[in-house]
Design a protein. Sequence first.
Length: 423
Amino acid sequence: MNTLAIVGRPNVGKSTLFNRLLRERRSIVDREPGVTRDRVYGVMERNDIPVILIDTGGLKFSSDSLSEEIKRQIDFALEEADIILLMVDGKEGLCSLDEEVADYVRKAKGRKVLIINKMDKGDDWKVANDFSKVILDKTFQISSIHGHGVEELLTWILSNFEEGEIIEGRMVGVIGKPNTGKSTYVNAVMGYERSIIKEEPGTTRDSINSYLEFNGQNIVLIDTAGLKRRSKLKDSLEYYSFLRAVGTIEESDIVLILIDSTQELTRQDKRIINWARERETPMLILLSKFDLIPRMREKSVIKYFSKNLSFIYWVPIIPISSITMRRIDYSLSIALRILKRLEREYPELKNVIKEACEYRPPPGARRALKIYSVKQKGGRIWIRTNLPKSFDEEYKRYLEKRIREKIKFEGIPISIRVKKEIK
């Protein structure tokens, strides 16, 4: 697959160019240097030419652990890329770190292109001369904010790639509170270090896509920032990360909600579950860090969470360990099983609803109830009846319970919409 990576020191505008090429705000952009930490993937398609774009964190050669982890992520991106865009800041001019980054990038196998960014007033030969020490395969002057030079760059990129098809995959979101092991889970599934992991909560800021094939199906696994309460968000970066993670719930075909099995269930765990329910997103509960639970306590821990999560009794609860790989593959298998059931249609559903209504008619029905039609797509059910106003929320919950007794909507939220028959 055609792959392009954008690299450079911190705060030169890599994420802004990444978002412009994608035509969407995928990477978080902020004036604070070092916002992007993991490598972020996106797919663009122009003129039937698909390109995988990789945004990376700012490369520094410091000895601190986070800089080392970011550098490791960049190494993965350099290994994958056919074309590498080395971005520098045209306003600030050449600095020693730019030269260090250029020397580092030259070792990679892909074609290397120097991108002089922040040229908001157009090309400037004096600026280009300033960067003449950085000799790569080609040089472009652009403004990733205002768009100057971007079309010319894009034309060159596409001329070096081949036509192809974008591989679609099922979107599987990995969500939960901070420090529940989301990135560790993604890395365990992928088999290599895909997301940066630290003991400090909140290391992942962007929602990060990973692509894999599992049991013959293409999957896009989305690692997200930990979902905190809005009142505990410290700054704009955390707020944008929060919005991105909530957006992942809406975009995903299914979400895997990680809950730390070594701690008690919290209100925030329940809020996250309810966010998925409100958005009618299928879900699976994964009890993470189960390797830390003594064997003699395993049953009691599972019983505790089953009892406290009884309000979503229809969602499978799976204890996992990303360290020992316990039930990692199994959890993905169950997620795919739920998605397969999501595609099914149940012709018997109309009779199930009719029988439930005959057994217990709606409390507000003053005349004979008639069910004219029932349509279903996934967990969404549309009922056409002569008495739609008699179906209050309590009665809909009763119908949902009766439906689940007869049909296995495992992990799938059910929403019932009632309308009057149109004659």
